[in-house]
Design a protein around this ligand. Structure first.
Ligand SMILES: CC(C)(COP(=O)(O)OP(=O)(O)OC[C@H]1O[C@@H](n2cnc3c(N)ncnc32)[C@H](O)[C@@H]1OP(=O)(O)O)[C@@H](O)C(=O)NCCC(=O)NCCS
Length: 192
């Protein structure tokens, strides 16, 4: 584990994560202004290029909001973003967001692999104790992915978010460090 963490940090079999760079912003702006992604990750848009630049300056200088570009190993194409936000170095918890911006790159297993890398980074490199997220109750792919990776469903936030003329429920998921360690040792079925 230590060898993997330090030599190949954030590299998987088909995807890798790197910090988001200024050169990624035009692509990221296009994705973030997609209404489906806005609703999924809770961004209120549309965002202008200037707002996106200011956002980037803030996160580039921050240690508690870490944004990663999800890239394919074969051709280094940047296809989506992940983040650990509100990283609390005392309580040792953080929220996560994930999206694949290019619709044709969804459903190939890239999201699952990227999230595994982010969990490894959060739990074994940053020494976090808990990682959580909230997702739309009808986000089938995201919910399958969180369940498969061993997240626990922690609750439903009823009519929590106003999206396109209606209030929708959000589902809270969380994973504790000991659950992560069990899941990677194959002991955790995800259904306990
Ligand atoms: C959520 C998301 C990141 C998942 O990434 P992905 O690469 O598409 O997902 P994967 O291919 O790894 O699949 C994960 C699981 O969801 C299933 N799945 C993927 N897309 C699906 C779809 N459209 N409908 C039903 N199931 C789907 C897969 O079959 C897989 O389950 P399985 O292993 O039981 O077969 C991606 O779909 C996405 O960006 N969606 C829009 C933004 C979003 O919802 N973000 C989450 C916010 S919390």
């Amino acid at each position: 584990m230590a060898e993997k963490a330090y030599k190949h940090l954030l590299f998987g079999n088909r995807v890798y994560l790197r910090r988001l760079e200024a050169a990624d912003l035009p692509r990221t702006l296009k994705w973030i202004n997609d209404p489906e992604i806005m609703a999924a990750i809770g961004v209120r848009g549309p965002r202008s290029a200037k707002e996106q630049e200011l956002w980037y300056e803030r996160i580039a200088a921050s240690r508690d909001n870490l944004v990663f570009a999800l890239c394919l190993i074969t051709d280094h194409r940047h296809i989506g973003n992940l983040s650990l936000f509100a990283v609390d170095y005392i309580d040792r918890n953080a929220g996560l967001t994930i999206f694949i911006g290019e619709p044709k790159e969804r459903q190939h297993g890239y999201g699952t692999e990227a999230l595994q890398l982010l969990l490894e980074y959060g739990f074994t490199y940053l020494n976090l104790h808990r990682i959580y997220c909230k997702t739309n109750a009808d986000a089938t792919a995201a919910i399958k992915m969180y369940n498969k990776l061993g997240f626990r469903q922690e609750g439903i936030l009823r009519e929590h978010s106003y999206q396109f003329g209606r209030y929708v429920d959000k589902v809270m998921f969380g994973m504790l460090r000991q659950e992560y360690l069990k899941s990677i040792s194959g002991e955790f079925s995800g259904k306990e």
